[in-house]
Design a protein around this ligand. Structure first.
Ligand SMILES: N[C@@H](CCC(=O)N[C@@H](CS)C(=O)NCC(=O)O)C(=O)O
Length: 218
């Protein structure tokens, strides 16, 4: 099976799938596009005009990072969702919640003024506070085994790690379990490999191009 991940370097949802591909050692091709000026073929195959997309055998297209990750898991040995149906459903619920946290990391960068910046930071802190309340002793969400939910949250932690230096923002310092989970995920080679070296520069460019409030903190 030939797998092509259609991607951008800055997207946290893409990183969810890259981490899963890396973790499972799945052979694939990466195709980067410019979302500000996407090629015509992208419009033809992407129902929402969003990345990531997984193109299979240069034909079928799968979208939504959580669904792509489940497919990648299904076609390879060793399952990354809990076997128990209830635990699996709980993981999927929190993966969905993680999507809103990914979006908030973007909203923090592009917030036009101090008030909206503070309100996005407060919302992300509150969301991660909810995650803190359900986390166990780690090292991963479900305990000792890395799962798709870890791949889903790692891109948030990559961003929060960059925000420490870039924006002097320390959201997880007040959340000890989330903080430990973040450190455990950031230490994984599959997570490090998903973080393109120029990511902080890409964030800096985004903030400047939007003339966002965060510019004052760079
Ligand atoms: N729920 C989607 C979200 C994907 C998403 O929002 N991707 C962003 C880039 S990070 C995108 O393609 N935005 C383009 C647009 O909204 O036009 C997923 O999990 O894959």
């Amino acid at each position: 099976m030939q797998l092509e991940l259609i991607s951008t370097r800055r997207c946290p949802f893409v990183q969810r799938s890259v981490i899963t591909l890396n973790h499972k050692g799945i052979e694939h091709q990466m195709t980067f596009i410019d979302l500000d000026d996407p090629p015509d073929w992208f419009h033809d195959i992407s129902p929402f005009g969003k990345v990531p997309l997984l193109r299979v055998d240069n034909d079928a297209v799968i979208f939504e990072s959580a669904v792509i990750n489940e497919f990648l898991d299904d076609i390879t040995p060793g399952q990354l969702h809990p076997a128990d149906p209830l635990q699996r459903a709980i993981n999927k619920s929190w993966i969905e919640f993680g999507g809103s946290c990914c979006s908030l990391t973007f909203q923090i960068m592009v917030a036009p003024d101090q008030q909206s910046f503070a309100s996005q930071v407060a919302e992300l802190s509150a969301n991660l506070g909810r995650v803190e309340a359900v986390l166990g002793d780690g090292p991963f969400f479900n305990g000792s085994e890395f799962a798709l939910i870890d791949a889903a949250y790692a891109p948030i932690f990559i961003r929060l790690d960059i925000f420490r230096d870039l924006l002097d923002l320390h959201i997880t310092d007040a959340l000890p379990k989330v903080h430990d989970w973040q450190e455990n995920l950031l230490a994984l080679p599959e997570v490090q490999a998903a973080r393109v070296p120029e990511l902080a520069d890409l964030f800096r460019q985004l903030i400047s191009s939007r003339n966002a409030y965060a510019q004052a903190r760079l």
